[in-house]
Write a protein that binds this ligand. Structure first.
Ligand code: ZN
Length: 508
């Protein structure tokens, strides 16, 4: 640095560098005061006003063998520069520094920000999916700066922040305290809500900041990375990028669902095995448009935390787990697809026929075809097949082709079983039809009570394609079917332990 005797820098750029580094000048107080005086003179020369009240000093000095913080006495124009109190922090380039590098100020600021905004969102009259959207898009970005620049540990974020976020998410989705959040943390094609907890965001931010140090074109910065590759930071270096963090975390949740928690993970493990991921994205978009009560119903269904008597007994709210009609344990499967009494009362048939009715009314429009459906108002399939083995729906195109459609709606755990059972049941009938038609296509449409399509349902899409339904129409059909399934299952669930009054077919 070249400075003339009256303190005016010969080369202002050097002086600016000095000014920028002022926060970390080292040396004796006396020397620093001399530097500060020169700086003050230069500012006057450059017509710059120093706001002393905006400046601050932070002092560390060696006392015998260890360093301590002290209060420096530095003056600008005879005014004492405000000092950072002992144990307190100052903020430089957005990061808080205190003597112990404790990050307490980052912690309290991030904690308050999270709590306050979540509380505000909580008070808004919004659909739970929009509250979650606000959380994901707004809240997480608000706290990500602290997650990037500070060293607040993963454990702290896990214990404190995840806890607050989880509490609100549970509240919005009306999930009981015992419910795992693993299901909603999964991506949408796995029937999750794509939610990211603060600890995952923290890992992502740390990964970004570590990568920036490592790959910086500045050698000194690379050295900083090497020098800070300690036990704590090594864990962040193991991730390739932010996506890698997310994939790893989600995998852990999937494993948790598949291994540990049978009742809360059974939906997930069944749909992973027996459903088509491309359909699940449509399912997710249908779910997101459901009204609040049915939306939350689907979440609790997936978690198996709906108030069935079996769950109520487990939670100590009910004294019995018995179904009031058949005395078997009232589990979710029992209510929505299992109870023999409900079956005889026509509850499940009502749901089945509601979906079939939609399919039949859609296929009515196919040109040069004959439609047979096992529903009032349609010619019965038994005209062609006899009464003994009567599929749900037949559609013929002259004597060229016949589609034999059998629809099953059952619990997620039975998706595959139902497919196999129906195929065996109708094998002879299919063989028989080969005598009259050039092509016989068996459409084995097996859907879960929550509207998840099994693998074999792809045949249904292929049929719609053959019958000249364009892609938009095909998706519309799938969306409608999912909607009818979810809504009718919701109705069946609400009507548990009550009289069944044979409602009209659902025509949502
Ligand atoms: Zn029952």
């Amino acid at each position: 640095m070249e400075i003339s005797e009256n303190g005016i820098p010969l080369n202002p750029i050097h002086w600016f560098q000095f000014a920028d580094d002022a926060a970390v000048i080292t040396g004796q107080e006396k020397e620093n005061q001399i530097l500060l005086n020169r700086f003050t003179v230069w500012c006057q020369w450059a017509h710059m006003i120093i706001r002393v009240d905006k400046c601050s000093t932070f002092g560390i000095r060696k006392q015998i063998t260890k360093s301590i913080q002290y209060l420096p006495k530095l003056f600008i124009n005879s005014r004492l520069v405000p000092r950072v109190e002992l144990g307190k922090s100052f903020r430089y380039l957005g990061r808080y520094f205190d003597f112990n590098m404790s990050d307490e100020d980052h912690k309290s600021e991030v904690y308050d920000t999270l709590t306050n905004i979540l509380n505000e969102i909580d008070n808004l009259p919004l659909h739970p999916k929009n509250k979650i959207l606000l959380y994901s898009r707004y809240v997480l970005s608000k706290i990500s700066w602290h997650f990037t620049v500070s060293d607040i540990g993963k454990t702290w974020v896990n214990e404190k922040l995840d806890n607050i976020a989880s509490t609100y998410i549970r509240k919005w989705l009306e999930l009981p305290i015992s419910a795992t959040l693993s299901n909603v943390l999964l991506p949408r094609n796995k029937c999750g809500l794509n939610i990211i907890l603060p600890s995952t965001k923290f890992l992502q931010c740390q990964t970004v900041s570590r990568k920036a140090l490592k790959t910086s074109p500045n050698e000194a910065t690379n050295y900083l990375w090497k020098d800070t590759s300690n036990y704590k930071n090594v864990q962040y270096d193991s991730y390739k990028n932010t996506k890698d963090v997310l994939t790893t975390i989600r995998k852990q949740h999937e494993e948790k669902l598949q291994q540990n928690m049978i009742s809360q993970g059974s939906f997930f493990s069944n749909i992973i095995k027996h459903s088509t991921l491309s359909f699940n994205s449509i399912w997710s978009s249908v779910q997101s448009k459901l009204p609040k009560n049915i939306f939350n119903f689907t979440i609790r269904y997936i978690n198996n935390t709906l108030p069935t008597r079996k769950n109520l007994l487990k939670w100590g709210i009910s004294s019995t787990s018995e179904c009031s009609f058949c005395l078997e344990p009232e589990s979710l499967l029992h209510v929505v697809a299992g109870c023999k009494t409900y079956l005889n009362q026509g509850r499940f048939t009502w749901r089945h026929d509601s979906v079939l009715n939609f399919i039949a009314s859609t296929l009515k429009s196919v040109d040069h075809s004959n439609l047979y459906a096992d529903l009032p108002g349609y010619v019965s399939p038994s005209v062609l097949t006899g009464d003994e083995l009567r599929p749900d729906l037949l559609i013929t195109l002259g004597n060229k082709c016949i589609y034999v459609l059998e629809l099953t709606i059952g619990f997620e755990s039975n998706l595959l079983t139902n497919v196999t059972r129906k195929r065996q049941k109708y094998q002879d009938l299919i063989n028989e039809q080969h005598k009259s038609y050039e092509k016989v296509k068996f459409i084995n449409l097996s859907i879960s009570s929550l509207g998840v399509f099994s693998h074999s349902s792809l045949d249904f899409i292929e049929m719609l394609n053959d019958l000249k339904f364009d892609e938009q129409c095909r998706k519309y059909c799938v969306r409608k079917i999912i909607n009818i399934c979810i809504r009718s299952t919701y109705y069946i669930f609400c009507k548990r332990n009550q009289e069944w009054n044979n409602p009209q077919l659902m025509s949502y």
